[in-house]
Structure formats: structure tokens, C-alpha cells
Design a protein around this ligand. Structure first.
Ligand code: SF4
Length: 377
């Protein structure tokens, strides 16, 4: 029987020329993520899915390890096509190894024998047809880290854009200038997990802080629609000082970039910290507001965080979108993407009209469904 590694080795093609360089002695350097691995012939990079064969870089192609339709609010995007259905797909592997990953079955499949998520062959045209049939407006690469499988995502998004779909990445943000340029014409929405503001913490997760910060700045400069998520883990990243440095940085990039502070629950290998309470989220959100951020949301504890699930006009304070978890309870933004009371523009990507929530697959969150949470990886 073929091993997972054998199957993955058969589903590859040469990397995009923009995403690698040939070095001496048949080595290559990959630019798909911030590790920028130099890879000797016959070896794989840190992510284990991009490897050097005969002096050329080979990368995942032609399969998916998971497909699901989710509310776009679950990604979470709160300022992009509220209520839309997001056709979400993932591959295998990740460039980090976070102990609390909620998608570890796909992201750690090559490192961890307990993670089993068999790949299935996929054809972009069929995926797009299925998304349209299900009523999706958005296609999102998620579940594993999409940067390390950027070529395949772009191949799917080429077809998605022809069909009029919006596209997005749900990513850890460990990018490079090369990969962001490569994605620029194909990805509309970009979510970054900002996991900490401490380089030591990032190294525990297998990364570094600086490439994430550089990626957020570059995404903003390149005009992607960005939303930032921080999973607030008690004892790991919830000190006032760390949250303040995070919020100050985000406000320096753009005060209108949404920041979601979301609640942790024990998962995968990180089972020691207690679950995040509503009080901790309220404290984190206040730190964000004090730093000047205009749109701060508290996630994963629906109905327990007051107004922090709603979107209000930054100019007059009118309620623009009322939410309960992922459920849109009311929507007031007008066809021009503005507040109907004072006409101030609401930052984001808006449809001309709100079509109701997920027209063909109505989604109603079940109270107390703890695992149905904003994903963090
Ligand atoms: S995607 Fe990142 S981890 Fe994987 S080979 Fe490229 S630089 Fe290394």
C-alpha cells in the first residue's frame, strides 16, 4: 500500500519560477514562506511538502485534503461580503507546528502519524462548479497553510475568478515579498493569524515574528483586504504588555484593519492553559480600542461579549451589522458600502445588497457548540 508520503510525491509539479531560485551544487531556495529554505538535492523544506528533485523545486498539485462550505464569518472575515457562503479547501502540511492547532489533522499530517486526512484528486473546474452549485460566493484556501501550496491555490483561483467568485487566504502570514506579489492578482481577501508579539513565542511555534509583521505591512501596501486574528491563550500571549504592542503595531499599519481577538479552548498538544474567558477577551478588545483600532471583535464566545460581535459606523456610531456568532441578525450598510445615517464609508468589500445569509445553505449556529469556532492554526 502506498504511504502518505508516496501519494504526495506523485501529486506534484515544478514550482512557479517566481517562487524559487536555483543555487549552486543543485540546491534551491524556496520563497513560498518566510523560512526561505535552502534545500539540498533530494531533501524537503521545513514544511515537508516542497522538495528538491534533481535541482528543481517540486510542490503540491492536483489534490485536496478537505473541502467544506462555511459561513465567511467563520474564516473570520467580518468586512467582506457578510452572510456569504465560503467554499473552503485545504491541502496537507504547514510551515509551523503550533501546539494548539485546530486544523492539525491536515496541517501536521506529514509530521504526526496520528493526523490522518487522506488526499483526494481534485480538478479546479469541478471545484468551481461545485462551489457555484452550492451557492458559494467566495473560495478560500484554508485548513493547512496556503502559502506553502500557493501554486495550486492560484490554479484554482484562476478558474474561480472567471466564474465571478471572490477568493481568499486564511494564513499564518509567514510570507515573503515574492509570494505576495505572486498572489496579488488572484487573492482578494487575506486573513493573518498574529499569534504573538514575542519572537521567543513564535520560535516555540516554529517561526519568527518579523516575517509576519513584514507580511501584514506588505499586504496592506498591496491593497489586499486584510483581517487579523489573535487567538488569546491564557498565560501564552494575554499579558497587557504583549496585547498592547500587538495592537499598537496593527494601528500603525491601519486603524481600520479589523482585529479579532478570539477565545482559546484546549486542542491538539496544548491542553494545559485554561479556556479563555469573556473577561479576558473584553480586556484584550479594550487594549485594541485604546490603541486606536476602530474595528475590534471578540470571537468564539457568542452572546457573551456585549457589542463586540457587531460592526458600528466609525463616524456616527450607528449599528451597521448585528451578529450572534456567525449569524447576521441585521444589516444596514447601503449599496455604496456606506452608513445609511451619515454616509461615512465602511471599510471593507461589500456586495451591492445583502442577500440574506448563505442563500442555498442557511447556517444557524447552535448555542453551546464549542467546537464550531473560528479556526486558528
Ligand atoms: S514553503 Fe516555506 S517551509 Fe516550505 S520549503 Fe518553502 S520556504 Fe521552506
Amino acid at each position: 500500500m502506498s504511504s502518505l508520503k508516496d501519494i504526495l510525491d506523485q501529486n506534484v509539479r515544478e514550482a512557479a519560477p517566481e517562487l524559487y531560485a536555483k543555487l549552486d551544487r543543485q540546491r534551491v531556495r524556496c520563497y513560498a514562506c518566510g523560512h526561505e529554505c535552502p534545500i539540498p538535492e533530494g531533501q524537503a523544506g521545513v514544511c515537508k511538502v516542497r522538495y528538491n528533485r534533481g535541482g528543481a523545486l517540486y510542490v503540491p498539485w492536483g489534490y485536496v485534503a478537505g473541502v467544506q462550505c462555511d459561513p465567511i464569518e467563520k474564516k473570520p472575515f467580518f468586512h467582506a461580503y457578510p452572510g456569504a457562503l465560503a467554499y473552503s479547501f485545504g491541502m496537507l502540511g504547514c510551515d509551523l507546528h503550533c501546539g494548539y492547532c485546530q486544523n492539525w489533522v491536515t496541517s501536521q499530517a506529514i509530521r504526526d502519524p496520528h493526523a490522518v486526512s487522506p488526499p483526494q484528486r481534485a480538478v479546479p473546474e469541478r471545484m468551481v462548479d461545485e462551489a457555484l452549485t452550492l451557492g458559494a460566493k467566495v473560495m478560500v484556501s484554508t485548513y493547512n497553510e496556503p502559502l506553502i501550496t500557493a501554486e495550486w491555490a492560484v490554479e484554482i483561483f484562476r478558474q474561480a475568478k472567471v466564474a465571478g467568485l471572490v477568493t481568499g487566504f486564511v494564513s499564518n502570514g509567514n510570507g515573503t515579498p515574492q509570494v505576495l506579489e505572486f498572489l496579488r492578482n488572484w487573492v482578494d481577501l487575506y486573513k493573518v493569524d498574529l499569534k504573538s508579539f514575542d519572537d521567543h513565542h513564535y520560535r516555540q511555534l516554529g517561526g519568527r515574528l518579523q516575517p509576519i509583521l513584514d507580511t501584514i505591512r506588505q499586504l496592506h501596501a498591496l491593497d489586499f483586504w486584510i483581517e487579523i486574528v489573535t487567538l488569546v491563550v491564557p498565560g501564552f500571549n494575554d499579558s497587557d504588555d504583549e496585547l498592547k504592542r500587538m495592537a499598537d503595531f496593527l494601528a500603525s499599519v491601519s486603524p481600520t484593519m479589523p482585529w479579532h481577538v478570539t477565545a482559546f479552548h484546549a486542542d491538539y498538544k496544548m491542553t494545559d492553559p485554561p479556556d479563555t474567558t469573556a473577561d479576558i477577551l473584553l480586556r484584550a478588545a479594550q487594549i485594541g480600542k485604546d490603541a486606536g483600532l476602530k474595528f475590534v471583535y471578540a470571537g468564539n464566545l457568542p452572546g457573551r461579549v456585549g457589542e463586540l460581535e457587531n460592526t458600528c459606523c466609525v463616524q456616527c456610531g450607528a449599528l451597521l451589522i448585528e451578529r450572534w456568532g456567525y449569524l447576521i441578525r441585521s444589516y444596514q450598510i447601503n449599496a455604496a458600502g456606506c452608513c445609511p445615517k451619515c454616509n461615512a464609508a465602511a471599510p471593507g468589500r461589500w456586495a451591492k445588497a445583502f442577500d440574506g445569509q448563505i442563500a442555498h445553505m442557511p447556517f444557524v449556529p447552535r448555542r453551546g457548540r464549542a467546537r464550531d469556532t473560528v479556526t486558528s492554526k
